[in-house]
Design a protein around this ligand. Structure first.
Ligand code: BG6
Length: 471
């Protein structure tokens, strides 16, 4: 379907908290510009950036402009028109007066548009600031919609959703006081990645794989997210968080849920979300013995990074194995590995099938594999066996069938995950956003690990190490 047909064209203001942060520069503004270029933003649209730096609007626009130049090739005239949508409101998150000035700014835009606009509050800030901003939104009355159906307010909230289960529950209670569930959009941009959404299409529309999608035929599942980049300027944020919270609790478990969820009875938003949630609730919570086996690592030099404490024991790498209760998956090991500062950058999901009882050689050690290449080199490969030509009748070797996004023109229409997040939030489609139940199940799984693994040894690895060798 033409995406312009599903665009919601109601006057909307996006209020961005965390306006000078890394996420705003790397993902949010480039994605908004892409939506703007594709004509997918409402015709009447404004971005109000709320930040503490003592900048004028012109200075802030210059800041956004240079962030856009760094992240992509941009058409200058389109960029200038886009920058015109942005205004800057200086203020501190704990300052009531700043929130009332923000309110005035929003009313001013409403008057200018001559309508009660939709307001989207985007919390692109570290989780320790959620409570403060939410309480100020409540106190200032900004979260209250100025209209009924039209003139809504919604909240977009980044991951990690809190620092642990208790935190997440508290934030959810606070959110629940001001917003109904249909107004709350909990972001995990991995749920919105095209290559991950394709897993559902691939699984549920191919009869050659779906019947095999269970413990009878699948030996193991492995989900890997490797990044060669270091923490860079995000040291202060990352040091208090670590790899398990930063991407384990959310991205890795989101990938797991897409690979292992049941086919929803009806393929709609509610049911897809329910099935993701249901499978996460069946994760086997690790006990002390399993936790002891989890590998945690830190790359050499992490402690010297800007913003990181000199005696930090925050992990930049982890490897753990889990499984899912129930008749489909019980006993199938699922390995989750992730790390920064390793020798490769790739996100990949591998499904390894059981070996067949056969007289052909070599199969026992190299089983059939199905690999979803999430990024880079996006695509899907199947590893299978063929006879090796020649006089030996029973000799086989492995070959690969591959689908590569880059081989066709479709790459041009693949939206960036954050484009999808912003577009879906504006049009009110919650399918690709985590439910409160999903977040709770994720924390129930992660919490005991966080509480108990500090006693286990931290493996220090050189940056650039082959991640498979961190064991
Ligand atoms: C973010 C994490 O959520 O995802 C980062 O905070 C990580 O640490 C990033 O680098 C990876 O996202 P992507 O889309 O670049 O794979």
């Amino acid at each position: 379907m033409d995406s312009k047909k599903i665009r919601v064209n109601e006057p909307t203001i996006l209020v961005l908290f965390g306006a000078t942060g890394d996420l705003a520069q790397r993902k949010i503004f480039p994605s908004l510009l892409d939506l703007y270029n594709k004509d997918l933003l409402p015709k009447k649209f404004k971005i109000v950036a709320f930040g503490r730096r003592d900048w004028s609007e012109t200075q802030y626009r210059e800041f956004v402009s240079s962030a856009l130049n760094q992240s992509k090739v941009v058409d200058e005239s389109r960029k200038i028109a886009f920058l015109d949508l942005i205004t800057y409101e200086k203020g501190l998150f704990d300052d009531d007066a700043a929130f009332s000035a923000l309110g005035k700014r929003l009313s001013f835009i409403d008057t200018d548009f001559n309508i009660c606009t939709n307001k989207l509050f985007y919390l692109a800030v570290p989780p320790n600031l959620y409570e403060l901003i939410l309480s100020k939104l409540s106190k200032s009355g900004l979260s209250i919609p100025c209209g009924g159906e039209k003139g809504w307010t919604r909240i977009l909230i980044e991951k990690p959703f809190g620092k642990n289960l208790e935190d997440a529950e508290r934030i959810d209670r606070l959110l629940g006081k001001q917003f109904k569930e249909i107004q709350i959009f909990r972001i995990d941009h991995y749920l919105a990645k095209e290559t991950l959404l394709n897993i559902l299409a691939f699984r549920f529309s191919n009869s050659i794989f779906e019947p095999l999608w269970n413990r009878k035929y699948i030996e193991s599942i492995s989900i890997k997210m490797f990044e060669s980049s270091l923490v860079g300027s995000r040291g202060a944020f990352y040091d208090g968080i670590g790899a398990l919270r930063d991407i384990g609790q959310n991205h890795l478990l989101a990938m797991l849920s897409l690979v292992t969820m049941e086919h929803p009875k009806v393929f709609n938003s509610d049911n897809i979300r329910k099935e993701r949630q249901r499978v996460l609730k069946r994760l086997v919570i690790p006990g002390r013995n399993e936790i002891r086996k989890i590998i945690r690592g830190q790359y050499e030099g992490f402690k010297e990074s800007q913003g990181v404490s000199a005696d930090s024991d925050t992990e930049t790498f982890f490897r753990l194995t889990t499984s899912i209760k129930g008749s489909r998956w019980s006993g199938v090991p699922i390995e989750l590995t992730a790390g920064k500062g390793v020798g490769t950058t790739k996100t990949e999901i591998t499904i390894e099938f059981k070996d067949v009882k056969t007289f052909f050689h070599d199969i026992k050690t190299n089983k059939n594999k199905l690999i979803f290449r999430v990024q880079p080199d996006e695509g899907i490969s199947v590893m299978f066996w063929v006879k090796t030509p020649g006089f030996e009748s029973f000799k086989v070797h492995s070959e690969k069938l591959s689908f590569n996004y880059s081989d066709s023109d479709i790459t041009k229409i693949v939206p960036e995950a954050y484009e999808r997040v912003l577009f879906d939030c504006i049009r009110g489609d919650q399918t690709l956003f985590a439910t409160t139940g999903e977040v709770e199940a994720q924390w129930r799984f992660i919490n005991p690990i966080l509480k108990n693994w500090k006693t286990s040894e931290m493996k220090i690895y050189r940056s650039g190490t082959n991640p498979e060798e961190i064991i």
